[in-house]
Write a protein that binds this ligand. Structure first.
Ligand code: NDP
Length: 330
């Protein structure tokens, strides 16, 4: 899989065009600033005013979403995935015209058919594999953040060229822009969220609960598990030198303990089955149906689980841990 780098992507196709960013949050702000710094003309569209103020402070003229839909040649929908369909149906659908490009930073709504743009519009995705602040900071530092790019609809015959130019404008081709599909990006993203992170979350909360029950001080457990930043450092080193290679930075006792116990986990098959089930539910649309039902009902399960998480004793342990480390609590 060969990514595209700067020399493979020209900004030319975007030079005489107006780029419309709808939503000025995590991705919206980072992408708008990077594209402007790349010498392109950017306008920002906002429905509400919370982030509109930030866009104005950053020197953008903020327009209504409807105006951006009418004026922009490329429209990036950078608002939360759950509201994209509503904004598309209420404002964009009747205004889109042939020759425009609709850009996404995640494939969800197109992949699951929640948004179905007219056939004469190009539909592309430039999905940074990084949170917005880092998309901006890495651009300013000259590195750029990698991205997945894809084309779902190529009415003009130049959709890939546009996606590459956008990727270059936000700095992604400095690091590498990997061509994929909306389906693959969506499935990988959801799989990580639904099959990998849950295991880690459950492992750490179970470890915390068990160790505290056995008498270990809660703040010490939180410090050991992730509070010192060592865990974050391990993840950074996994990306930098390698998943297994980073184990060499730890003592032999640590390496031996981890490798022997990992290879002998008695429920490895169950983990595989859990992951299989998660992927199947993503692929056959069951997760999407469940999530839309949850949204329509006003998020009852989500709210309950968030409340449970907010009242978990690990929160108090962290406050105490930060007090002892003299770190200001968020
Ligand atoms: P944010 O949650 O940061 O988006 C906030 C922006 O959307 C604000 O401008 C907000 O306006 C606006 N907004 C919120 N609700 C509505 C609404 N109902 N109608 C209109 N505007 C609304 O989004 P992200 O940047 O996190 O995500 C944007 C896209 O990027 C998504 O597709 C996401 O999957 C993708 N993505 C996100 C990443 C990230 O860094 N978080 C990483 C990679 C991809 P106001 O403040 O005025 O309410």
């Amino acid at each position: 899989m060969e990514p595209y780098y700067d020399p493979d992507a020209s900004l030319e196709i975007l030079r005489k065009k107006t780029l419309g960013i709808i939503g000025y949050g995590n991705q919206g702000r980072a992408q708008a600033l990077n594209l402007r710094d790349s010498g392109l003309e950017v306008i920002v569209g906002s429905l509400r005013d919370e982030t509109a103020g930030q866009a104005e402070k950053d020197g953008f003229v903020v327009r209504s979403v409807a105006e951006v839909a009418e004026r922009a040649d490329v429209i990036a929908l950078l608002i939360p995935d759950e509201v994209q369909r509503e904004v598309y149906n209420d404002v964009l659908r009747t205004r889109l015209r042939g020759g425009q490009t609709l850009d996404f930073a995640h494939g969800y709504n197109i992949h699951f058919g929640l948004i179905a743009p007219p056939p004469d519009v190009d539909v592309i995705m430039v999905a940074p594999r990084m949170i917005g602040t880092e998309v901006r900071e890495s651009f300013v530092a000259g590195r750029g953040a990698p991205a997945f790019i894809a084309v779902a609809q190529d009415a003009s015959g130049h959709a890939l060229e546009t996606a590459l130019a956008w990727a270059r404008g936000i700095g992604a081709t400095r690091a590498g822009a990997f061509k994929t599909t909306f389906a693959e990006e969506t499935e990988l993203d959801l799989f990580q969220e639904q099959a990998v992170w849950p295991l880690l979350f459950r492992t750490w909360t179970t470890a915390f609960e068990m160790l505290v029950e056995k008498g270990f001080p809660p703040e010490m457990v939180a410090l050991e598990m992730y509070g010192s930043g060592e865990a974050a450092e391990i993840f950074r080193e996994m990306a930098r030198v390698g998943f297994f290679k980073q184990t060499r930075f730890h003592s032999q006792t640590s390496q031996y303990g981890t490798l022997t116990r990992a290879s002998a986990i008695p429920f490895a098959k169950e983990i595989g089955d859990f992951m299989d089930k998660a992927l199947a539910g993503i692929r056959d649309g069951r997760f999407d149906a469940e999530w839309r039902k949850e949204q329509a009902a006003g998020y009852p399960v989500f709210k309950k689980l968030r409340a449970q998480a907010d009242s978990h004793p690990i929160n108090n342990a962290e406050v105490e841990m930060r007090r002892l480390l003299r770190i200001k609590s968020e």
